[in-house]
Design a protein around this ligand. Sequence first.
Ligand SMILES: Nc1ncnc2c1ncn2[C@@H]1O[C@H](COP(=O)(O)OP(=O)(O)O)[C@@H](O)[C@H]1O
Ligand SMILES: [Mg+2]
Length: 292
Amino acid sequence: MIETRGVGRFGAYRRLLGLGRRKEIPVSREAARSIVVGSGKGGTGKSVLASNLAILRSQRGERVLLVDFDAGMANAHLLLGLAPRHDLGHVMRGDVDAHGALVPGPGGLQLLSGGVGRDVLANPTRRELDRLFETLQPLEYEFDLIIFDHGAGLGYALMTHLAATSTLLIVTNPEVTALSDAYALYKRAHKVNPYVRSGLVLNRALSQESAESGWERFRGAAHRFLGHSPEWIDWIPTDPAVQESVEARVPISLSNPDAEAARSLARIAEWGPLDHAKSARPFFERARGALR
Ligand SMILES: Nc1ncnc2c1ncn2[C@@H]1O[C@H](COP(=O)(O)OP(=O)(O)O)[C@@H](O)[C@H]1O
Ligand SMILES: [Mg+2]
């Protein structure tokens, strides 16, 4: 199921990580923990964070599934140096089942790609989403942690995931436009899911001071208007090593783990709520309930 064309120059890297072989995934009785990564605004670093988080957590021995839910503008596969033959669009159309679209990635993680330019994912109907979530449901019993990487905006699929998730990771930048979109996401998340546990990551900060001042602005506004705020997780510096890793299609946690940004990502992967990201009912059951 894996197409290696186009990633040939990463052959050594892929062999090193044992990619290209499909492993049998053991089934467990307990549903996976699941988290949603969102921002409101595009380009804040969600996919960089989600893909590195997936690697770092799978390096700890967890069975991790990364689902790229960026409707039609998916890029997690590029960041991971993978070329999936199938994606969520195929699953939605019924061309393959959920397992047929999984691609093994670095560190043992599995990727379910979002696909590029998929109209069906950009504007799904209630019925389409319900069918998709139903098809994906069995995956919950095959992983320890599922990370949903979302795109920009506050679309239908994201709303249902916000309603379903126990844990939301908001990725923003110090600019006022990014902070304001992140605030809109946070507000919306708490409206559809008052019990959601939210944490904020400030990415692409030029210094600790600028990260802290961005966080203070966010926290201040959230407290003033909503009476509560997310938890502070950490900040990630603007680091050319991130761009280099994107260009090389090897996540920074693997290619340059000592880089400043990689060290921040490693701290973020230790955020306590990631160990408890569970609701009373499984994620897709809740997401399907939110469609009604
Ligand atoms: N900490 C950082 N330092 C430098 N560049 C970054 C950093 N985080 C992200 N980037 C750059 O921003 C681009 C967009 O990141 P991405 O994770 O794809 O955003 P999103 O998923 O939120 O749209 C990346 O391709 C990368 O080049
Ligand atoms: Mg993205």
